[in-house]
Write a protein that binds this ligand. Sequence first.
Ligand code: SAM
Length: 244
Amino acid sequence: MVDKTENTHKSIEQAEKEGKYIRKVRSFVKREGRLTKGQASALEQFWPTMGLNHLDGMIDFADLFNNSNAIILEIGFGMGKSLVEMAKNAPELNFVGVEVHRPGVGACISLADEEGVNNLKVFEHDAIEVLADCIPNGSLTTVQLFFPDPWHKKKHHKRRIVSLEFVETIRQKLKVGGVFHMATDWENYAECMIEDMNSAPGYKNLATDGDFVPRPDSRPLTKFENRGNNLGHGVWDIQFKRQD
Ligand SMILES: C[S@@+](CC[C@H](N)C(=O)[O-])C[C@H]1O[C@@H](n2cnc3c(N)ncnc32)[C@H](O)[C@@H]1O
């Protein structure tokens, strides 16, 4: 079904003026992939301890984790394998994952339980809304965005999650000194990310040689990175620090 409000900015503004519900351009298309038995039972069993609900509003992280450890937010964790590995390797940090794909959320919490990880909570929701409604300003030590959907075709670039507005939102959510870490295997997206980060005020690029940082050892190989490697794609890591 064609969403007519997405055709032009003018029609969105017009519809907003008229007070209509607007479904803005999203960075994902909801795939109704079937849940495996394991994912379904993990969602049922572990959601009460690991799940976070968008409708519950702003989070008090110290209250949520019962400690004042640093918070790492990962957007679009896919099946969650690398996120669980990071959380397991760093019990002194707290991790929050945001993913819209339900089977991925189920797989992530199933693995987290299997690995005995208890410093991880997850949302099954659009990260744009979670950032706006649930994450306090100045609360995050790191934001991770690994292999976001590249939306290859030019006419679909408006769906890319990274935009000037998005990187400004991330800056507000980071603590001063906090780091926004992105990785992509799509060169054009990497260039656009750098362009947005350079245009946004209040960030400093942590790269010392050119625009990109070497692949950090702390980032486990993700499913999409592995796929990109097999297709012969390069990988670009980008790390900027919030300066003010
Ligand atoms: C290409 S996959 C990469 C997954 C994983 N990071 C990896 O490297 O294997 C991108 C993921 O981002 C999720 N995603 C896209 N837009 C999102 C949004 N606005 N909020 C939360 N998740 C989103 C998709 O559902 C998908 O699982």
